[in-house]
Design a protein around this ligand. Structure first.
Ligand code: ZN
Length: 290
């Protein structure tokens, strides 16, 4: 990282009220030397999962981690064999959940073998389709909300995409260093490339008509389907199995907090629903094989 970038990053951390007080408002005390946020993995998750309200407003208090997540974050992920059986029993191809479980995980510094493996599991919403002034959102089963093809390609914006039905498209294998936030792209530069994995949950948006000009501030409520939470839990387990440790989940808007033009996703994410899906999955993975 150049001195100029380092100074810029310092300015953003200060402006956002982070740095010295990682638990307070602002960003979560990212340390450039160690490429981690401040505190234990649980404390990092509590900071990085602060609720994101409309217009990208991030809550100042740390999230209260629900039970399953609190028990797993940062702990060894020892369920690789169980996860392989789980996927096989359900006919789920490993290629559809971020790539082969036996594959290596992306590493920071653009895949540098000496750099740390991915630590952060970033949750996004696609904010697409953008329905402008439409009066309402289409049903979750509609074709418009479940097309995944448009997200494919060598320039796919994330590692994995999950539609409203819980179907997935792997844009990049979890082994590929790929950036999808302003923090990684504009501030961390190459050292941070590969430290984060990115999941996009399909969520349509509409324009908030009470505001002048174009916007896509209106998200459906509830924000995501049960099938999306189930698949997100599975992707979290798959990525964590490859890491050997349950990763630290994060919201995109929180990662980019304090950076001008930061995104507002994910909207209406319910940590309790994700946690319920994670708890059910983890229980299934811990069951002894037949
Ligand atoms: Zn995003």
């Amino acid at each position: 990282m150049s001195a100029a970038l380092r100074t810029l990053l310092g300015a953003v951390l200060l402006a956002a009220g982070g740095g010295a007080n990682a638990q307070g408002g602002g960003v979560c005390g990212f340390d450039l030397a160690t490429l981690t946020y401040a505190g234990t993995p649980r404390a990092q998750a509590a900071c990085l999962l602060r609720p994101v309200a409309k217009w990208g407003k991030v809550a100042s208090r740390p999230a209260r981690l629900p039970a399953a997540l609190a028990a797993l974050v940062g702990e060894p992920m020892v369920g690789m064999a169980a996860l392989e059986r789980h996927l096989a029993a359900r006919g789920i191809d490993e290629a559809d959940v971020g790539g082969a479980l036996a594959g290596t995980l992306s590493r920071a510094n653009d895949g540098d073998a000496e750099a740390p493996a991915a630590r952060y599991f970033v949750i996004h919403d696609t904010s697409w389709p953008a329905l402008g002034n439409a009066a309402r959102f289409p049903g979750n089963g509609s074709a418009a909300l479940n097309k995944l093809d448009k997200y494919a390609g060598s320039d796919a914006v994330a590692h994995v995409f999950v539609n409203r039905k819980g179907e997935t498209l792997t844009g990049h294998d979890f082994g590929v260093p790929w950036r999808a936030t302003k923090f990684e792209n504009d501030l961390l530069g190459p050292p941070g490339k590969g430290l984060y994995l990115h999941i996009e949950l399909v969520q349509p948006r509409r324009r908030e008509r009470s505001r002048k000009g174009p916007n896509d501030a209106l998200a459906p409520s509830p924000g995501f389907t049960a099938a999306q939470y189930d698949k997100l839990a599975l992707l979290y387990a798959a990525a964590s199995a490859r890491a050997g440790t349950w990763l630290v989940p994060a919201f995109h808007a929180v990662v980019d907090e304090g950076i001008p033009g930061a995104h507002d996703d994910p909207q209406n994410f319910e940590l309790k629903k994700f946690d319920k899906a994670l708890g059910v999955l983890n229980k299934a993975l811990r069951k002894p094989p037949p």
